[in-house]
Design a protein around this ligand. Structure first.
Ligand SMILES: [Zn+2]
Length: 128
């Protein structure tokens, strides 16, 4: 049976939440189930079984589910974290480029040709 949100103005009898037995003031879920006649229950609860917004929230908390507000906050935190990761990746890429440039420049310095050795004048006495 699929539960669905229903207009609280159009509830069937008993027009109450099956859990707290109050008339829903906010959103209400129709469970699709009915409290069957003949079952020894208080007459004021016979009929359609609804669950009010407040009871549904308590059930969700007991089961460890997130509220829409919590889910929205987590989504914002996730987007901020993804943006921060992109910023850090850009910084790492810049750092790598700086390291490459440093290595390149060191290589250029090391590859600078050494000063030529002074030519030693060899005295030549001529053929012996
Ligand atoms: Zn309730």
């Amino acid at each position: 049976m699929a539960f669905r949100l229903v207009n609280r103005e159009k509830l069937l009898a008993p027009h109450r939440c099956i859990l707290c037995e109050r008339t829903p003031q906010k959103r209400v879920v129709d469970t699709g189930y009915n409290l069957i006649r003949g079952v020894p229950v208080s007459a004021h609860m016979r009929g359609r079984k609804y669950v009010c917004d407040t009871c549904a929230e308590h059930l969700s908390k007991a089961l460890g589910y997130l509220s829409l507000v919590q889910a929205g906050n987590l989504k914002e935190e996730l987007i901020a974290a993804q943006n921060r990761i992109e910023e850090l990746n850009e910084q790492v890429a810049l750092g790598d480029k700086i390291d490459d440039l440093r290595s390149y420049l060191r290589g250029q310095v090391n590859e600078t040709p050494e000063a030529p050795e002074a030519e030693v004048a060899v005295e030549n006495d001529g053929p012996a």
